[in-house]
Ligand binder design. Structure first.
Ligand code: DQQ
Length: 596
């Protein structure tokens, strides 16, 4: 017990055990507690004191190797992703002046990169810059639509003054035969949509969606807004995509948020991972998804039906407390697009730095994107599933493989033979019994982060916690834990997935939450819970239960600074019930061309 009382003992116990030449799985629950428990004096949580030598300027090793970012400077929202004539285009909110948030410098442009595989990217000159009265204080977010099969059109928000009044503008490619669509021309009739709607806050009126076609052959878009103090998706119609009229009611509005940012609206077929093209007729049986940026930081979605008669979205539930998040971690302003090359829908989002703005200035870059994910609806029509696009596999090398491992309570299994800074790990946890599941308390759904803190990896449960300990320093002073816990609810089993960053770095002043999300799972039918984690230096992107809960996270371990150091990665179990690992596959990941 003495061993639990200070952080300094972590090193001695772990090192002693390690040097002692233990077998692959070493098992002692006491050792395990020491490894994962935050400094503790009993019940309450206390974090380890920060090392006085922790560097304040972060390492260049933090720069990710295969998550998208331009060569330098600040980025935020993805804008107008599209596939056109064999090329994927990604536009992004970009600060040409540096790696700081351009909120007060009013100079945000649409950066532009192109790719043939969503993995390797070429950076081009910015596509749209603030140079007209309709966008002079910033070219904010928007979307791309391919009209009539071959005419790409961008619709974006222009900020027109320092009070940040907003209008919607159109830009078209100057030369459609340029495969990269390098140059864009602003439409002569901009702004194509102005505010001037009763009850509309013209400073909260932005981020037009990709267009979709109604049964009447007219184009529609939705624009995020604050209407009468609440979030609204204002609906507009057009025959030619250039001249727009407002429909007299919103597509949807709700008091769940005071504003909806970065709306996305798309159709999905339950149980099919084929995407649907919103520029075509939507088949019977499809559901619609409205994704809303709520509370200026959470991407929430609601599944429902698109009532064509009323031209309105009707959610399956209006109880916004039950609306799931696209991702429960650091993931905002996401955008989907239909990839006609592979017939799938793809999503990605902005992931912020969680260090200080002075660190961002010192690094010369800030912001990355989540890895592009295929997104589709599960069989029950209740939950979206996401999975990294298969093209990521071109980066994999040096596969290592383990089968039929058994993790008893307190076991820790080190995954060796991969580059633990740049890796892709796929692991299945098979439950040997489901009788030990602890009872589920529905109130946890309303604050999963709190529950992930209270029920962290050191707290034994009936089934779980089990998962991965990643980016762990030799002495475990730094580590990130991604883990599951299984609960029995009245109807089914509820799985909690956490990505606990609280011990991820010794550097002070970082944002290190314990992210978490729940998903329902039929354990009677399927005994295996899968976890896939992409480790990319300062990015940790995890997919639980086949992509039912996703958690994107940023971490900056001090140990990354040390050139000779390779962090450790482990699979573990700290629940009473033994879990089997029928398969564990892991790869080192090559560096993609993302910064050229
Ligand atoms: N960022 C953009 C806005 C959007 C916000 C400005 C969301 O258009 O609402 O850079 O991050």
């Amino acid at each position: 017990m003495l061993l639990l009382s200070t952080c300094s003992c972590f090193m001695s116990v772990f090192t002693a055990s390690w040097l002692g030449g233990l077998a692959c799985i070493f098992s002692t629950s006491l050792l395990f507690q020491i490894l994962v428990r935050p400094c503790s004096n009993g019940g309450g949580l206390f974090f380890c004191p920060q090392s006085p030598n922790a560097p304040s300027i972060l390492s260049s090793k933090d720069r990710t190797a295969y998550h998208f970012q331009p060569p330098k400077n600040w980025i935020n929202d993805p804008c107008g992703p599209m596939y056109y004539n064999g090329i994927y285009h990604e536009f992004y909110q970009y600060n040409p002046d540096g790696s700081f948030n351009p909120n007060t410098s009013y100079n945000i442009v649409w950066g532009h990169s192109v790719s043939t595989d969503l993995v390797n990217w070429i950076t081009l000159e910015p596509a749209i810059e603030p140079d007209t009265p309709n966008d002079i204080k910033g070219c904010w977010s928007g979307s791309a639509t391919i009209v009539s099969g071959d005419q790409p059109v961008i619709i974006y928000t222009g900020v027109i003054d320092i009070e940040k009044h907003q209008v919607q503008n159109i830009a078209l490619p100057k030369n459609r035969s340029d495969p990269y669509l390098r140059e864009w021309t602003k439409a002569g009739n901009n702004p194509v949509i102005q505010s001037g709607v009763p009850g509309l806050n013209s400073g909260q009126f932005r981020d037009p969606t990709t267009g979709w076609i109604g049964p009447d052959g007219l184009w529609r878009i939705a624009v995020g807004a604050q209407l009468n103090g609440y979030g609204a998706a204002l609906l507009y119609k057009s025959e030619d995509f250039l001249n727009w009229t407002r429909v007299d009611h919103p597509l949807y509005s709700s008091n769940a948020s005071i504003m909806f940012e970065c709306l996305d609206f798309f159709a999905v077929l339950p149980g099919s991972n084929n995407g649907l093209d919103m520029s075509s007729a939507i088949p019977n049986g499809a559901k619609h998804v409205l994704k809303m940026g709520m509370n200026f930081g959470e991407d929430v979605y609601v599944i429902g039906v698109y009532d064509l008669k009323r031209d309105a979205f009707v959610p399956d539930t209006d109880d916004s407390r039950l609306w799931p998040r696209i991702d429960y971690g650091n993931f905002y302003a996401s955008k989907t697009f239909f990839d006609s090359k592979h017939g799938r829908r793809i999503i990605w989002a902005w992931t912020t730095e969680t260090d200080s703005s002075s660190d961002d200035i010192a690094k010369g870059w800030a912001g990355i994107y989540s890895f592009p994910r295929t997104i589709w609806l599960d069989n029950d029509g209740k939950r979206l599933l996401q999975w990294p696009v298969e093209e990521i596999e071109s980066l994999r090398r040096n596969e290592i493989n383990h089968q039929e491992l058994e993790l008893k309570k307190g076991d820790l299994f080190e995954i060796k033979g991969i580059d633990t800074l740049q890796a892709d790990i796929e692991i299945d946890f098979e439950l040997t019994s489901i009788d030990d599941a602890d009872p589920f308390n529905p109130s946890w759904l309303f604050d999963t982060e709190k529950h992930c803190q209270e029920a962290d990896a050191s707290v034994h449960g009936g089934i779980g916690p089990f998962g991965l300990v990643i980016l762990a320093s030799d002495n475990m002073e730094e580590h990130t834990v991604v883990h599951f816990r299984v609960y029995k609810s009245q109807k089914n089993y509820m799985i909690l997935m956490c990505s606990d960053l609280r011990r991820s770095s010794l550097t002070p002043g970082l944002d290190t939450p314990a992210y978490g999300g729940f998903f329902e799972f039929d354990l009677e039918k399927e005994r295996k819970i899968s976890l896939r984690t992409l480790i990319d230096r300062s990015a940790v992107e995890s997919f639980g239960g086949g992509g039912r809960v996703c958690i994107m996270a940023r971490v900056y371990p001090v140990s990354l600074v040390d050139d000779d150091h390779q962090p450790h990665v482990y699979a573990f179990n700290n629940g009473s019930a033994t879990v089997r690992v029928p398969h564990l596959r892991a790869w080192s990941m090559r560096r993609a061309q993302v910064s050229a």
